[in-house]
Ligand binder design. Sequence first.
Ligand code: SF4
Length: 513
Amino acid sequence: MTLRGSNNDPIVRAKDRLLAHPEPIQTPQINLEHASRAVKEHCGVIGIYSLKKEPVAERIVKGLAALQHRGQESWGLATPNEPIIKGLGLIGVGAAANARKILRLESNRGIGHIRYSTRGRTNLENAHPLDIHGEFAIAQNGTIANTEDLEPLVKGEFPIIDSNSDTKLAGYRLLQHYRREHDWTRAFTRLAKEISGSYSFVIVTHEGEVLAARDESGFRPLCLGWDEETQTNIVASESCALTALHAELVRDVQPGELVRFNEDGVTVTKFAESPHHHCAFEYTYFAHPSSKIDDHYVYEARRQLGRVLARKYPFKADVVIPVPDSARPAALGYSEESGIPMEEGLMKDRYRRKGSLRSFIEPTDESREEIVREIITIRPVVDGKNVIVVDDSIVRGTSSKNIVRALRDAGAKKVYMVVTFPPIRHPCYMGIDFPTHDELLATRVDGDTMSIPELNAKVANEIGVDGLGYNDIEGLSKGIGLNQNEMCFACVTGEYLGLKKNPVLRTREEMKA
Ligand code: SF4
C-alpha cells in the first residue's frame, strides 16, 4: 500500500521507529492515579470499509490522529475476527508502540476510537472498541444517562458484564434485540426506545459489516465520507478526519439514521425520529475548527460568535487576544466587528509535556492547571495595554483566573473577558464532562437565579477581570446559525429536553466508580 503523508504521519513514524527498535515497544501508560480520581465520555469514532479490499488499519490510525482533540486518554481499533488493539494515551505514540500489530491487520474494514471518558475509569479495559460476546465490536461517542434502566434488562442474560461501561450495556442490549429481530434497523429502533442519552456508535460485526448509528436527537456529530481513489466508505465523528484521509464529505449522518457499509456499498435507514438537539458546545469548544457539522463550518460559527459578542459587549481596549486554541476564530470575529486589532498575547508552549493538550478535557484540576501554567504571555502585546480576552467558556473558572493573573503579571492595565458560551450552570449527561453542580463557577456564584448582567459582575469579581461578557442563548444560536429549537442548552437552562427522562444526578465519584 502506498503511504500518504509526511513524517508526522504516526504510521510512517511507527515504521521508522520499528527499524530502529526491532523489539516490540510497550505502550506508555498515563498517570492512572490522577486520571482515575475524576474523569469524563466524549470521544471520536471512525469506521472504514474499502471496496477495493485494501487494508484499512493505517487509515483508521490516521483518522483517529485527526480526531485526537476529542480525547486523549486512550485509543483502540477493531477489525473482524482479530483481537482488538488498544492503548492508553495518544494515538500517535500508541500506533508507534503497536506498529507491528497494526501493520499486520489485513482486513478491508474496521472501526476506531479515541476516548475522553465521562463514565468509567481511565483504564485499558474501558478503552473502546469493546467486544460484545464475540458477535461484534462497538465504540461510542456519547453517554447513556439511564444505565440503571438497561442494567436489569441485560444482566439476566449476560451476568458477567461490567455495568459501569454504558457502551457495553448498550452493546449487549443491542445484541439481545438483534438476536430477536435478525435486522439491524429494527434492533436499533428497539434500543433507541430504551436509551436516554447521546450516542454516535460505530460497530464492526464478525460477519464483516461496518455499522454506524447517531441518536435521534443528534447530540454528537457523525458524518459520511467517500474516497474515490481507493473506493472507500468512511464514517467519522467529524469531517476533519475525512480531510486527513483525502476523502470528501458526502453528508452528515442524520439524527436517528443507521448506516451500513458492506461489499454492496452503503445503506442508510432511519431507526428513530425526534426533534434535534445539536450540542452547542461542539461548535464553541469541542470540535475541530476545520470541521463542518450539520452543514455549518465550526470555524465560521466561532468567528460569527466573536462578532455577536463585539456587538453585545463593546469594551474599549487596545488589543483583542484569544485564549488558545479554540477561541482564536472568535477573537478574530470580535476584532473585525470592533475594529480593535487582534494579537496573540497568549501562547501554548507545545514543547513541554502538556503544552499541546487541551485543559478542559484533562481529568483533574492539577493537570488542567499544569496546562494553563504552560500558556505563556507575550509581554509586548499586553504590557501597559487594556486587553479584551476572548474565551470559549468558563466551566470551573480555574483556567480563567490563572490567565488573568498572568496577563496582569505581564503588565496588562485593564483586562476584560468575553465568553462565547453562556453561563454553564448544570451538568451535561449527553457526553461532555461537567458532571456536578458544585464544580461549575456560575452555579457556585449564584445557584440559578441571576440574570446574565448580574452574573457578569459577580463572575468578573471572582476571576479578577475589570469587565465580563457572557454570551446568551439567542447570541449563541445566531452565531452558530442553527435555530434555537434544534439545539441543546441543557447545561445552561437545566432543561434536559433531548433526554427521554430527567437524569439521575450523580457525583463525580459515582460516574467514575
Ligand atoms: S448539555 Fe451542554 S454540553 Fe451537553 S449536549 Fe447539551 S449543549 Fe452540549
